[in-house]
Structure formats: C-alpha cells, structure tokens
Design a protein. Structure first.
Length: 261
C-alpha cells in the first residue's frame, strides 16, 4: 500500500509522460508494495486533473478480458480506464503516430448506454436493458511506462493503457447481432494480422459490461446514459507504425479504418 504522497507523485509523473511523450520507469518496480487500490487511486488522481483542465470523460474501456491476457498478467479479472473526448478519433481520418509512445491496436465491440447503469448488484438483464446500441471500434493502446514493461497495477495506474479510440458509424441494436459469434478480421495494409470473435471477451461481451458496472459501483461511480463503453479486445494487440493503414471488419457491425501518419 502506498502513502498518499507516493500516489500523488506517481500520478504527476504519469500525467507528465502523457504531456511530453517521455515514458517513465515501471512504477511497480519502484514501489514493490503497490496494489490495485493504489493503482486505481493513481488513475483517479489523473482523471481529476484532466477533468479540472476541461477534458470531458465520455465513457470507459475494459481491458484484460481474455484468458490469454489474464494469464499473461497473472490476474483473474479485467481492469478498466476512462475514455476522454480528446482521445476520440474519426474512422478514416489520418492519425498522428507521433502523439503516441509505443502504440498497439485492438479491435473491440463497444456499446453506448441509453440509461444509467449503477452497481453493485447489476445483473445481465439490467445491463442488457441499459444498452442503446453497439458499434464496431478500434482502440489504440499506449504505455507511458517504458518498453511496455508493465504488470496489471502499472496498466491500471496508466489509465489501463488507453491511447485513443475510433468507432464505426453503424449503430446496431444488441438484439440484431450475435455478440458472442460475431467475428472480426484485423488487417494492416490489407494483410490479415489477427482475427477473433466476441466470445473471447469473458465468454460474452455483455459479461464485461456487467463486471464494469459492478466494479464502478463498488467504487462509487455510476455509468451515465450516453456513456461509450469499449468491452475489450477480441484478439491480441498488434503494434502499429507510421505509414500503415489499419482496418477492423466486424461481421454485422461494419468496419473501422485508421491510417497512421
């Protein structure tokens, strides 16, 4: 467990890494006693600074939703971060790769809430009723920790490694597609580099929404109507570089394209 001064100093260091693009050493290596409560506290301090500076929080992202990623980090539950309006990109619009440190791309099913969702105690039926529509999406993950040398607490403290996100333009009712069987093909410069299906996300992407609602509720946060929620990647993250064009095609949900400059 970290002291308040240590949490504050780490939040400031990560915020500075966001601003400058210069990564910091691995926080958990410098603070061996750092736990998830510390990490979420550090994340929250940064969010409070962003909101105070005028950056609106528009939703949430869920990470570590696949068994492979959980095994990699030695955990048995996901993590979460927030989406800021400044991190939203337009599908098809050029992306300045220089704004990131070491970007990777993840294709995800996302939802927009039509009503508030407040945990703890949220059930799958309640989560389902709160969804207005689903969208195809691409998340750019990035690490403000040098060389992606991270544990789960490092990622959480770094806002779950969120970099930016782009969304498709097709709004699909949850009942109008199969979120478990919906497949995605991820291409870089027209070549397939990965594929997956919604079932890779905790068995059903709806389970990720339930988990998030209850986790946030336990921490005193309600997901408000209109919030965008990225439910987790359907495949492993793929590194991306300037000059490449990334495209994710979701069966029934449409495509998202990001050209990197």
């Amino acid at each position: 467990m970290l002291e308040d001064t240590q949490r504050s100093a780490l939040a400031s260091a990560l915020a500075e890494a966001h601003r400058t693009g210069t990564p910091i050493p691995q926080p958990s290596a410098a603070h061996p006693g750092m736990d998830l409560d510390d990490a979420y506290a550090v994340q929250r301090l940064q969010i409070e600074e962003w909101v105070g500076s005028g950056y609106a929080v528009v939703g949430y992202k869920i990470g570590l939703t696949s068994r492979a990623m959980q095994d990699q980090f030695g955990v048995r539950e996901p993590d979460f971060g927030v989406l800021t309006r400044s991190g939203l990109l337009l599908s098809g619009a050029p992306v300045d790769t220089g704004r990131f440190i070491a970007p990777k791309i993840e294709p995800e099913i996302s939802v927009v809430l039509g009503q508030d969702l407040a945990g703890p105690g949220v059930t799958a039926l309640q989560a389902l009723a709160a969804i207005d529509h689903a969208l195809a999406s691409l998340e750019i993950i990035d690490s403000r920790v040098a060389d992606w040398r991270i544990t789960v607490v490092d990622s959480v403290a770094d806002n779950a490694s969120f970099g930016a996100a782009a969304f498709g333009t097709r709004r699909i009712r949850w009942d109008d597609f199969d979120p478990v069987l919906t497949g995605c093909v991820l291409e870089v410069d027209g070549r397939t580099v990965a594929s997956g299906a919604g079932g890779a996300v905790l068995g059903n992407p709806l389970n990720a929404l339930v988990w998030l609602a209850n986790e946030l509720g336990a921490r005193g946060t309600v997901m408000r109507a209109g919030s965008v929620v990225m439910l987790g990647s359907v495949c492993a993250a793929v590194p991306v570089a300037a000059g490449q064009v990334v495209r994710a095609e979701f069966a029934g949900l449409g495509a998202v394209t990001l050209p990197f400059e």
